[in-house]
Design a protein. Structure first.
Length: 231
């Protein structure tokens, strides 16, 4: 709602100055040509802003806005579905990358370089046969920054197999740049909206690396990696 309080304050100040100048005989000091231009110009800006402020949008609009509560529920559902082994029921939009790897050895070590903390849960399901292959799927539910969906911008988990060892690394860091606009001071006096807000709200989605491995493959992984098995 547009406020006329700033305009009223200016008018009151002008009236007070006029009365003071008349009573003190200092009219020329208060109402010389520079002072008249100063007050007249600022008053004109306020009047113009008062006319324009009703045309400004009242609500902030964010491109690809998303509800964090919905993201949280989706992440829980993704994790429970994967842990139950029902990945066929997972929304395909959550699939960020897939691998089909040949692997003939009987043991596989899973590590993270330099003991890096891996945020992704690793869920392993054994096949009914020893087919000499590992099928891997990386799932990630939605993420947001300040209520804006950034799911399509995120990078997938990095993973490769060398010398009987699966090396897992966190996704590449995502660098985001935002532009924020605020109303000029004369307009903000009427709309009542403040200046920039520097608070940030980041929600990290649930990520899962789902591995389907040969029936008798022995897996060795350090305790700091969150490895779970589908029964």
């Amino acid at each position: 709602m547009v406020s006329i309080l700033p305009l009223l304050i200016i008018l009151i100040i002008i009236i007070a100055i006029v009365r003071m100048s008349k009573s003190s005989g200092r009219k020329n000091y208060f109402f010389g040509k520079p002072i008249r231009w100063l007050f007249g110009g600022y008053l004109a800006i306020l009047v113009i802003c008062a006319g324009l402020s009703p045309l400004l949008p009242e609500d902030e609009k964010i491109d690809k806005a998303i509800d964090v509560n919905n993201l949280d529920r989706a992440g829980i559902e993704l994790y429970e579905t994967a842990l139950a082994g029902n990945i066929d029921k997972v929304d395909s939009n959550y699939i960020k990358k897939t691998w089909n790897l040949e692997y003939q050895n009987q043991q596989l070590a899973i590590i993270s370089p330099n003991e890096e903390y891996i945020e992704t849960s690793i869920i392993v399901k054994r096949k009914t046969v020893n087919d000499g292959g590992i099928d891997a799927v990386y799932f990630k539910s939605g993420s947001s920054v300040n209520g804006m969906d950034i799911s399509d911008l995120e990078k997938p988990l990095r993973m490769k197999i060398e010398n009987n060892t699966m090396r897992i690394e966190n996704p590449e860091k995502l660098e985001l740049k935002f532009t924020q606009f605020q109303q000029a001071f004369p307009i903000s006096q009427f709309t009542g909206k403040g200046g920039f807000s520097h608070s940030h709200n980041f929600y990290e989605g649930t990520s899962i690396l789902y591995l389907k491995v040969p029936k008798d493959l022995k897996i060795n992984a350090p305790s700091e990696l969150n490895v779970q098995y589908v029964e």
